[in-house]
Each structure stands twice: as structure tokens, then as C-alpha cells.
Design a protein. Structure first.
Length: 290
């Protein structure tokens, strides 16, 4: 990775931090795009190599635009890693449901704003939870239904895969060499569910016992992300652990739910995402060959 630049969202903790540390150790210049700059600077200082932190709040489109405007150097790989999992109902600065707004819309806007400077690959981290997801175009932001945290999370993770599929289609149509891929970490021991300590929920009571018995480390959970970022795979690929139920194990190309392969839904989601964020795909279609 010597001489290459990688931007990774949420790179100060969990699988993002583990992936960033490996990439930096292999010679990449790594930019940690983080909401808490103090934590980002501390993470960068703890890593060997050329690592810097810059502030990015995916739950605030103004912050996304500011980050993109300050990124004028070429980017080899963008890793859309940051995410929220089953928090209480919340809203982004722009009024979107917090998980959909952060996990999908924030990364959608960031990717399209940075795309003219990206020259190799875009990796978006999804989850096996996408299999339980459905895109409810009538209520994407949970304004009409009683809020349910896990279905909202599953919708956002399904959106990640639909976004990857439509992004790859558009990149190919534009004749771009950039590839869009996706990954999921399986079951990894990270701080993604630490907020459950505050409400003492059933998931909180189960978390430690399940994690200790079945989860792999954050370092192992980062392997699918790294695989999707650097291995020679086709555009649109999805990488996950190769073990039982894709929960752990060495990374490999894996399947996805049929709902994540629906091209019509992917195109509609893209159009709606453009309307919600005010950000559009910046590349033109390649001219047809004579």
C-alpha cells in the first residue's frame, strides 16, 4: 500500500481502527474520518505509519460537505465503515432517522462528493442484518410507524448493499476504473453495542455471553473489509467471513439476500437518496463506441 491514500470513516474504534492500523502498517497514508476528533487523534497517534484524523459527522450533511471540500488530494480507497447499531430513536442534524441517515445517507453523500478524487476502490461495510431489512419508501425515516431499532438498522444495512450495486452500475456505465465493493465483519467483538449499557435491555444482558462464546476479534472482523479493499475482486463483490453462517472465519466472497439484488429498488433508492441529500452522481456516462 506504499504511496496510496485511504480514507476510512469511523477509523478510531472497532473494525475500522483495526483495518486502519493494518493499512498504515503496510505503507498507506490513512485518513481517519471521525466524529470525535480527540479520539481520532489519539487513535492516529497509537498507530505506526502516516495516519491523520479529520473531523466528519455523517449525521450532519454540512459536516460531510465540509470534509469533502477539504479533501483535495487523490484518494485511492474510500472505506465507508462508520455506523450505528440499534440506538434509541434519534434524528440527524437534517432530520433523518439516525441509523438510515448515518449508515446510508451520510456515506451516500460522502462517496459522491469525493468520487472525482477516488481512483481505485470504494468499500461499504454492511451486515448480515441486511437479510432482515426492507426498504420502506413510504416511511424511510420512521415518522409514521412506531420506531423499532433493529428493523431500522436492517433497512440501513440493506441500503448499503443496494447503494453498492447501483454505484457499481453507474461507475461501469461511466467507464470509470473505480470499483464499488461491500463487506461485512460477521460477529465481531467491538464497541458497537456499548450504548445498550444505558438501558439494561435484554440485548445488553445477552451481549457479553454471546460475544465471549461466538464473536471473533475486531482484528479478524476487519479482514473482510481489507479483502474487499485490496484483493482483485469484481465490482459489486460482497465479502464476509467464510465460517458457519458467515459469523467468523477467513474472508471470502459471499452471497446476499435477494432483496439486495433488486436493481429496480436500488435505482429508486439512489434517486430518493439524491433528493434527500442534494448530492448527485458526479460522473457522466462514457461515450458509446462507434
Amino acid at each position: 500500500m506504499t504511496g496510496r491514500t485511504v480514507v476510512i470513516t469511523g477509523g478510531n474504534s472497532g473494525i475500522g481502527r483495526a483495518a486502519a492500523a493494518v493499512l498504515a502498517d503496510r505503507g498507506a497514508r490513512v485518513v481517519l474520518a471521525v466524529r470525535d476528533l480527540a479520539k481520532g487523534n489519539a487513535a492516529a497517534a497509537a498507530m505506526a505509519g502516516d495516519v491523520v484524523a479529520r473531523r466528519l459527522d455523517l449525521a450532519d450533511l454540512a459536516s460531510v460537505r465540509e470534509f469533502a471540500a477539504g479533501s483535495d488530494a487523490p484518494i485511492d480507497v474510500l472505506i465507508n465503515n462508520a455506523g450505528l447499531m440499534i440506538p434509541p430513536l434519534g434524528r440527524t442534524a437534517d432530520g433523518f432517522e439516525l441509523q438510515f441517515g448515518t449508515n446510508h445517507l451520510g456515506h451516500f453523500a460522502l462517496t459522491n462528493l469525493l468520487l472525482p478524487r477516488i481512483n481505485r476502490r470504494i468499500v461499504t461495510v454492511s451486515s448480515n442484518g441486511h437479510r432482515a431489512g426492507a426498504i420502506d419508501f413510504g416511511d424511510l425515516n420512521w415518522e409514521r410507524r412506531p420506531y423499532r431499532a433493529f428493523p431500522a438498522y436492517a433497512q440501513s444495512k440493506l441500503a448499503n448493499l443496494l447503494f453498492t450495486a447501483e454505484l457499481q452500475r453507474r461507475l461501469a456505465e461511466a467507464g470509470s476504473p473505480v470499483l464499488a465493493t461491500a463487506a461485512h465483519p460477521g460477529m465481531a467483538a467491538t464497541g458497537l453495542l456499548d450504548h445498550l449499557e444505558r438501558d439494561r435491555s435484554v440485548l445488553y444482558r445477552l451481549r457479553d455471553s454471546v460475544t465471549s462464546r461466538f464473536a471473533q476479534s475486531a482484528e479478524d472482523g476487519a479482514l473482510p473489509t481489507l479483502y474487499a479493499a485490496v484483493v482483485d475482486v469484481p465490482g459489486g463483490s460482497y465479502v464476509g467471513p467464510g465460517g458457519f453462517l458467515q459469523g467468523r472465519g477467513a474472508p471470502k466472497l459471499v452471497g446476499r439476500a435477494k432483496s439486495a439484488e433488486d436493481a429496480a429498488v436500488a435505482r429508486r433508492l439512489w434517486t430518493v437518496s439524491e433528493e434527500l441529500t442534494g448530492v448527485t452522481f458526479p460522473l457522466s456516462a462514457a461515450p458509446s463506441k462507434p
